[in-house]
Design a protein around this ligand. Structure first.
Ligand SMILES: O=C(O)CCC(=O)C(=O)O
Length: 274
């Protein structure tokens, strides 16, 4: 299965961001003939709590959804539509990933489950919970018999979510994500290789391109990690694309050769304090 990841640079204009994404989808769809194209976290909006409501829109009736649906249909491809601020009917806003089928239908959506609230001294303070609500549903899609679990950025830090997906039979996890200049160098690659190694599956991340002028400077380095925990492909930090051919046989290989999921001592791990 061929994937293309688009590491896009955003601006403070939703229409431009969406049209830029669609134009890049058109280019790579023709050039690389992928089965799936994936976009970054918050690709239609600057990443900042003060922007989320202004840029938010309903799914699937909003402009961004309509454009992604048309692009998926035009090229007969799956699109993992990064994330956008979703306005739901009660007025809450979620950080949401939409997933589009080759016929243009919305397969499903995933709302970020773990909100990014951190305060690293001398580094970064961010509180998504100032304006966003957290989702409470797992999202697994099936592409040609291969199950793929969806998470978003900070979700990557929670091994439990990845474990649930592995137990559901996933062979790949896709996380649109925008780490930053503090946590990117520390944890971006580490977390992906950890989740891939723990759960013996592919981990795919799609970051926005780094923009030194932005209020939130994304780390970049979108990547694909294989089930052995090795980096299969990786982007630089600027605008870039990653093209990766996925061999799902590798998942079976690793799981057979290092059968940790048959060896777990589930009888031993219960702790009194969670
Ligand atoms: O976990 C991190 O360090 C970054 C997370 C993040 O930027 C996000 O969840 O959007």
């Amino acid at each position: 299965m061929r994937l293309v990841l688009l590491q896009l640079k955003g601006v403070k204009d939703k229409t431009s961001n969406v049209l830029n994404a669609v134009s890049k989808i058109n280019q790579v769809a023709q050039k690389y003939k992928p089965r799936l194209v994936a976009l970054p976290e918050c690709f239609n909006c600057p990443y900042g709590t003060k922007y989320f409501r202004q840029y938010s829109e309903p799914i699937p009736d909003g402009f961004t959804s309509q454009e992604l649906s048309a692009a998926a249909k035009n090229h007969g491809i799956y699109i993992v539509g990064g994330t956008i601020p979703e306005l739901d009917e009660n007025g809450s806003i979620y950080n949401t990933c939409t997933i589009w089928a080759p016929n243009g239908n919305l397969i499903t959506k995933y709302r970020k489950m773990h909100l990014f609230d951190i305060d690293v001294k001398g580094g970064i303070r961010f509180r998504e919970s100032e304006t966003l609500a957290a989702g409470s549903d797992f999202t697994v899609i099936d592409i040609e018999g291969h199950k793929i679990g969806i998470g978003i950025c900070y979700d990557m830090r929670f091994e439990e979510l990845a474990r649930v997906y592995r137990n559901e039979g996933c062979e790949m996890l896709i996380y649109p994500g925008a780490f930053n200049m503090t946590t990117g160098p520390l944890h971006w690659e580490l977390l992906q290789r950890s989740r891939a190694n723990d759960n013996q599956l592919y981990v795919v991340t799609i970051s926005p391109a780094r923009d030194e002028e932005a209020e939130y400077i994304a780390w970049g380095h979108s990547m694909v990690v294989d089930p052995w925990g090795q980096i299969l492909k990786s982007a630089s930090h600027g605008e870039d694309i990653v093209v990766a051919d996925i061999d799902f046989e590798l998942v079976k290989e690793v799981r057979t050769q290092i059968p940790t999921f048959k060896q777990r001592r589930l009888d031993m791990y219960t702790t009194k304090r969670q």
